[in-house]
Ligand binder design. Structure first.
Ligand SMILES: [Zn+2]
Length: 207
């Protein structure tokens, strides 16, 4: 017996060394594939990111076995178009929600959840291009997660919240469950940027 769209999600992450049950993998796939279909239909720039990208690369086209959600990214300026997908998402029996809105009413995070009951989801992260982060990088373009505001000092995981814009100038494709997804390029360098040179060695606190 696993979870379905009509039940609550499984709670499986409390034990050491846990792995995600098959039912939850299937539901995450449903959320991610719907995000893919709808973002492609808009023709906007988007890409798989965070653990989802790491899984696609390191775990050979699957999710990280202990990951609990999936992540894609898109450009801040496309937020209004993506917000308009809400009815379509609803008509497919999923739920789209907006979180951490700024003064413009633009969310810092959009979620596509499987249902009101089963809250497994795909996170959609907006990114904004900015110039100059540190003085010696002045003039170079950087992508930031626009809010909460970018980290200004070195902290754990900070590099997953900003990166050189050149990584998404031209996308490449990566497979997840035998389906192609757009990702930053060169993807290996991007993963080194975000997770360090030893990113191929799984680390549960980091992913
Ligand atoms: Zn489940």
């Amino acid at each position: 017996m696993g979870c379905t769209a009509e039940t609550k999600r499984c709670v499986y992450w409390n034990e050491q060394g846990y792995e995600r049950p098959e039912c939850c993998t299937e539901i995450l796939k449903d959320c991610l594939f719907l995000a893919r279909e709808l973002l492609n239909s808009l023709g906007v720039k988007w890409w798989v990111s965070y653990g989802t990208l790491l899984g696609a690369y390191r775990h050979e086209g699957t999710f990280i076995p202990w990951d609990t959600d999936c992540d894609v990214s898109f450009l801040y300026d496309d937020i209004p178009r993506i917000m308009e997908l809400r009815d379509k998402v609803q008509s497919r029996g999923f739920v789209m929600s907006f979180h951490d809105k700024d003064s413009k009413g633009y969310p810092g995070l959009i979620k596509i959840s499987r249902s009101d009951k089963n809250t497994q989801h795909c996170d959609l992260w907006p990114w904004k291009v900015q110039r100059g982060f540190w003085p010696w990088q002045w003039g170079r373009k950087w992508m930031f997660r626009p809010h909460p505001s970018p980290p200004l000092k070195k902290e754990k995981g900070a590099r997953t919240r900003y990166f050189p814009a050149s990584f998404i100038q031209q996308m490449e494709a990566i497979q997840l469950y035998s389906v192609e997804f757009p990702c930053p390029s060169p993807v290996r360098d991007f993963l080194v940027w975000g997770y360090g040179k030893d990113f191929m060695t799984p680390s549960r606190w980091r992913r």
